[in-house]
Design a protein around this ligand. Structure first.
Ligand code: HEC
Length: 144
C-alpha cells in the first residue's frame, strides 16, 4: 500500500518536472526586447560605431532624413514589429552601410543593433546580444 503510494508520488513528481521543463523551454524559445537582451557596454560600443558608420545617413538621433529611414519610433516599429531580430540583423549586416555593405565585423553589427534597441526605449541587461542571425531569430520585435 505504502509502496503504491510512493510510486504514484514519484510519477506525479516526474510529470511535474517534465511540465516545468516544457514551460521554461517554451518561454526561452521566444524572447522579447523587454527582457534585457543586450548589455549597457555593448550598446555604448554600438553608439560609437553608429556615429562613425551610420549617422551620416540615418542622422545622429537615428531619426533619418528624406533619403534614409528612421531607426527609432513608430515608423521603425511599423516596419519591424512582429518580425524577429535575426531578420533585422541580416538586413543591417548584409546591406548596410549602403556604400560598403557588410564591411563591419559581426560583433560591430550586433553592438549597433543593441544601440538601436536601446534607443527605442528597451532596457539593458546581463546578457550580450548574439552576433549571428540564427541565434537572434528567437527574439521577437514587439513594442510591448
Ligand atoms: C549612405 C547612406 C547610408 C548609410 C551610411 C547607412 N544606411 Fe542604412 N539605409 C540607408 C537607406 C537609403 C535605407 C533604405 C533602403 C533600404 O532599406 O535598403 C537604409 C535602410 C536601413 C535599415 C532598414 C530600415 C527599415 O526600416 O527598413 C536599417 C536597419 C539600416 N539602414 C541600418 C543601418 C546601419 C546599422 C548602418 C551603419 C552600419 C547604416 N544603415 C548605414 C542608407 C544608409
Amino acid at each position: 500500500m505504502y509502496l503504491r503510494f510512493l510510486t504514484k508520488l514519484k510519477k506525479a513528481f516526474t510529470n511535474l518536472i517534465l511540465y516545468w521543463c516544457f514551460l521554461t523551454s517554451s518561454i526561452s524559445f521566444s524572447q522579447t526586447l523587454q527582457e534585457g537582451i543586450f548589455t549597457e557596454a555593448q550598446a555604448a560600443r554600438g553608439a560609437e560605431e553608429y556615429a562613425a558608420r551610420c549617422a551620416s545617413c540615418h542622422s545622429a538621433d537615428l531619426r533619418g532624413n528624406s533619403n534614409s529611414p528612421s531607426l527609432v519610433g513608430l515608423s521603425f516599429m511599423f516596419i519591424w514589429e512582429d518580425r524577429n531580430l535575426g531578420e533585422l540583423f541580416e538586413k543591417m549586416s548584409s546591406e548596410m552601410p549602403t556604400e560598403n555593405p557588410g564591411s563591419l565585423s559581426q560583433q560591430s553589427y550586433a553592438a549597433i543593433l543593441a544601440f538601436i534597441i536601446k534607443s527605442n526605449g528597451f532596457p539593458a541587461g546581463e546578457t550580450v546580444l548574439a552576433s549571428n542571425a540564427e541565434a537572434l531569430s528567437s527574439i521577437q520585435i514587439s513594442s510591448q
